[in-house]
Design a protein around this ligand. Sequence first.
Ligand code: SAH
Length: 242
Amino acid sequence: MPMEVLPRIAEALGLPLSASQVHQFEEYYRRLIAANRRVSLTSVTDYEEVQTRHFGESLAVGAALYRARVLRTGESSAVVDLGAGAGFPGLPLKIAHPSLRLTLLEATAKKASFLNQLVAQLELPDVAVISERAETVAHDPAHRQRYDLVLARAVAPLAVLLELALPFLRVGGHLATPKGSRAPQEIAEAGPALEICGGRILSAQPLPSPALPLILVLVEKVEPTPAAYPRRPGIPAKRPLR
Ligand code: SAH
């Protein structure tokens, strides 16, 4: 079935998609639904709903980042999607902005394997899939302080996410995470994690989201993160910094 909803959403975001990009999204949908029978990737499977809530919302995050000049058109920024799951929001962003260099970090091996096959099928260059926990990868010199941008959707409360995400960023880099109605409370609870891991809230603004109302929280890395962070796998979520 030709995809009609997403091209309209993209157009409204000021980001017209080419025929081949639309085709990539159609293929993404087909493979997502097929793989979802074996691996639990998403509860959203309706054709229109995937276009709005997964693809469209991911593109809305991207549009906000280009508008805020966190990403710049044509620049090959190094981006890591932390807890990518079935690839959201990183992979739709990569399809729309091919110049990005994208790392998809996903702890669950079966999901990472879906991502690997999908990336090969869509013939997307400069995408790496890592099947590991963020707590481990963040201490690898090849990844620590190497990224311009961390994306994360639906992975952890902000205080926990900061400990996982900020170590990946160079000073001056950004974390972007869409949040629901709990955003103000999560920000209020994130003070110690910001202080300890070297971040500051840059903005928290409504996302022109095609689906549910969302707030995009933008954090800037202002100081290097001390080597002790993130703590061992599972500890950041179990004992959030406070
Ligand atoms: N970002 C996707 C998936 C959200 S579900 C989306 O919005 O649709 C959260 C995902 O993060 C799960 O797939 C889980 O395996 C992964 N995850 C959670 N904690 C992680 C960690 N510490 N390191 C790497 N991946 C993690």
